[in-house]
Design a protein around this ligand. Structure first.
Ligand SMILES: NC(=O)c1ccc[n+]([C@@H]2O[C@H](COP(=O)([O-])OP(=O)(O)OC[C@H]3O[C@@H](n4cnc5c(N)ncnc54)[C@H](OP(=O)(O)O)[C@@H]3O)[C@@H](O)[C@H]2O)c1
Length: 298
């Protein structure tokens, strides 16, 4: 089976590459890839790439993920998060291909008394969330066989995510102030990659058209609780010299341009049932992630 991974240089893209089953024929593309460079905002370039490589399955990990910048650059956010999945799904429909693409907890707003399920009503409050929801809808409208995986609070040992940012500060001995009034499902990129490959191995079990999934870490935590746990694990694992203080604050004390959901806990039972893969607890995932940690060169 020929699989084409888009967004291969991102945190999820790198974890998908690392965990790809050897039986699959994997091609990758990113903006600066040596063999298949592609600007995913350029429809002609994207379709040209697909026509050349003729993948059986497209794994789309490329996205506009700068949540606050999306408020000022909605066109670019919509191009990557809404139109690109639509182009990919349209190509798959024409060529009998399959598509796996990712969406986000930011499609939700409000706080039910349980984790969000796939059929709960979305109500995105940010450009990022709205653009990702539009992407989900474009994929569904295409009729292509496809899976949209909503995930949340993705972290890894790579730079540019919440965990790497707080541990870089902690490694410098700086105390942390972290929002305590938003709850979510922190998700290790390695676990998300693993459940994605497990889903592909059950591809024949999916119905035609689009199936929506939630895939996120199994332990609901606030950002503050997650940061405290991460600092404690990093200290024990010797990734930081000594634990630092982690002070809880309200989101009003940490103003951000885009509105965040206060409740980002996702129920992953559907994907767990189909794949047989149980999403990791926060303890399991942090332990696995910290094993991959490399000290930043000074
Ligand atoms: N991170 C999270 O907390 C989170 C939460 C919920 C859902 N998600 C979703 O999960 C998926 C993977 O996210 P991630 O955390 O791996 O994000 P990421 O690290 O930011 O990766 C996104 C990738 O998209 C690429 N990209 C952006 N614009 C491009 C363009 N015009 N042409 C080619 N490539 C382009 C980026 O390339 P460059 O490196 O060259 O910019 C980057 O490698 C995304 O769909 C995201 O929306 C993420």
């Amino acid at each position: 089976m020929r699989v084409l991974l888009l967004g291969a240089a991102g945190q999820l893209g790198q974890h998908l590459q690392a965990a790809c089953p050897p039986s699959l024929e994997l091609s990758i593309s990113s903006r600066s890839d040596a063999r298949h460079p592609c600007d995913m905002s350029d429809r002609k370039a994207v379709i040209g790439l697909l026509d050349t490589l003729k993948p059986d399955i497209i794994l789309n990990a490329a996205a506009w993920t700068a949540v606050d910048a999306a408020e000022e650059h909605p066109e670019q956010a919509y191009r990557l998060n809404a139109e690109l999945p639509g182009w990919l799904a349209g190509w798959c429909k024409q060529h009998a291909g399959g598509l796996i693409t990712y969406s986000t907890d930011y499609v939700f707003c409000g706080q039910p008394d349980r984790a969000w399920r796939e059929n709960d009503r979305p109500d995105p409050r940010s450009v990022y969330g709205q653009s990702k929801l539009e992407g989900e809808q474009q994929v569904a409208a295409s009729g292509a066989k496809s899976a949209v995986i909503r995930t949340a609070w993705v972290y890894s040992h790579l730079p540019g995510n919440f965990l790497s940012a707080i541990l870089a500060r902690a490694a410098d001995g700086q105390p942390l102030k972290v929002v305590a009034d938003q709850q979510g499902s922190p998700t290790w990129a390695g676990d998300l990659a693993a459940v994605t490959w497990a889903l592909l191995s059950r591809w024949h079990r999916l119905d035609p058209g689009t199936t929506l999934f939630h895939a996120a870490g199994a332990t609901p935590l606030s950002w503050h609780a997650f940061a405290s746990l991460a600092v404690s694990y990093a200290g024990k694992a010797g990734r930081i010299a000594a634990p630092v203080a982690v002070e809880p604050i309200d989101s009003s004390q940490w103003p951000q341009r885009a509105e965040r959901p206060c409740w980002s806990v996702l129920d992953s039972s559907r994907i767990e049932y189909i794949t047989g893969h149980s999403m990791m607890t926060a303890d399991q995932a942090l332990e696995a992630c910290l094993k991959q940690w490399r000290p930043t060169p000074s």
